[in-house]
Design a protein around this ligand. Structure first.
Ligand SMILES: Cc1cc2nc3c(=O)[nH]c(=O)nc-3n(C[C@H](O)[C@H](O)[C@H](O)COP(=O)(O)OP(=O)(O)OC[C@H]3O[C@@H](n4cnc5c(N)ncnc54)[C@H](O)[C@@H]3O)c2cc1C
Length: 330
């Protein structure tokens, strides 16, 4: 049984920085997120937006900040469990049992950096869609080469759908982009590149039916919006890119004291469950401000106090700052 010192649930900016800081304190660290990628709201909701209130950066794009956090974090050899949603945490004597949709993890302390809750892709609203999730229907692109030489349809009208279509154009044998409106919501430059590409643009269509042959997706039927007109495309893969939803799911049943839809913490970031700490958007205390910068401050507080909880001999202040406390404030 693998037991971590600290398990960080949520790999948004705050969870990522907490994991980096846990590495600085040599804690054996496990990071769990329901998404396949790091970066939380920044990576899923606004990767191209500039952020102006990060100390030391006059302006930084969200995806660049995530890239830098990742670079900083991967200096340590932490364990990652991505695409795994935490369903419950239970304290059993000195160990916290973390149950996910894929298994159970054990940890001496936990830091909850859940933000607005677990992100999930918005799914295709067809009755039998779920049964295709292991046979040609994808909500994430993890490995571009899996589509090499294949006929691929992408559904969606935002930047991600357009970006995937353009990235797959030279790799797949055929790329279709299906959108229910005539206009795309992507950047003008991306839309222009799309129009100049060999991607077949199918608008305004919705996906009406998934077809199967030899236990794999063989095609999709499209229905033209506000008409009965249908068209069938023979495809090997369908990538649905309808954005994400976030929800706090079963958090209310985890037995943690909460306030205003967030987890109540003390000034050391501890929650009402011994050994469980919280930081970032998910935590609540008097005067809490939901910003990346404030979350970055809460993360080391949570890590240091979690380590002190595991081993009371551990200092709660980083070594380099202790000299401050020998001085008398005049
Ligand atoms: C459009 C927009 C613009 C913004 N601009 C700014 C800005 O300019 N400056 C600023 O400071 N802030 C900005 N914010 C707010 C900022 O994004 C948040 O404060 C920040 O993302 C909080 O970070 P976090 O790590 O606490 O949570 P999140 O970024 O929400 O990350 C939480 C992570 O936890 C995961 N998770 C949650 N529950 C579970 C579970 N049960 N199991 C597994 N994984 C789970 C989620 O999948 C997610 O990846 C903006 C927000 C939005 C929406």
């Amino acid at each position: 049984m693998e037991i971590y010192d600290i398990t960080i649930i949520g790999a948004g900016p705050v969870g990522m920085f907490a994991a980096f800081y846990a590495g600085m304190r040599k804690a054996k660290t496990n990071i769990i997120d329901s998404l396949p990628q790091l970066g939380g709201q920044l990576a899923t909701l606004y990767p191209e937006k500039y952020i102006y209130d990060i100390p030391g950066y006059p302006a930084v794009k969200a995806n660049e900040l995530v890239g830098n956090l990742e670079k900083q974090l991967t200096t340590f050899n932490h364990t990652f469990h991505l695409e795994e949603e935490v369903l419950s945490i239970v304290r059993d004597e000195d160990i916290i049992e973390i149950t996910t949709n894929k298994g159970i993890h054990y940890s001496k302390a936990v830091i909850l950096a859940l933000g607005n809750g677990s992100f999930q892709p918005r799914k295709l609203g067809l009755e039998n869609a779920e049964s295709f999730e292991t046979k040609g229907l994808d909500y994430y692109v993890n490995d571009l080469m899996k589509y090499a030489g294949k006929k691929v349809a992408i559904a969606g009208g935002g930047d991600s759908a357009i970006d995937w279509a353009l990235m797959l154009e030279p790799i797949a044998s055929e790329v279709y982009l299906v959108h229910r409106r005539d206009n795309f919501r992507g950047h003008e430059h991306s839309v222009e590149r799309l129009q100049e590409s060999s991607v077949s643009i199918m608008t305004p269509y919705i996906i009406d039916e998934l077809m199967e042959e030899n236990n794999w997706l063989s095609g999709i039927q499209l229905k033209k919006v506000k008409t009965d007109e249908t068209v069938s495309l023979s495809v090997d893969h369908l990538i649905v890119n309808y954005g994400f939803t976030s929800n706090l799911g079963q958090l209310s049943s985890w037995g943690l004291e909460s306030s205003r839809n967030a987890i109540a913490v003390r000034s050391d970031m501890s929650t009402s469950m011994p050994g469980v700490y919280a930081a970032g958007d998910i935590c609540s205390y008097d005067g809490k401000v939901k910003l990346i910068a404030t979350g970055f401050g809460e993360a080391p507080t949570a890590v240091n106090n979690a380590l002190h909880f595991i081993n009371p001999k551990e200092r709660t202040q980083p070594a380099h700052s202790t000299s401050l406390f020998n001085k008398t404030i005049q």
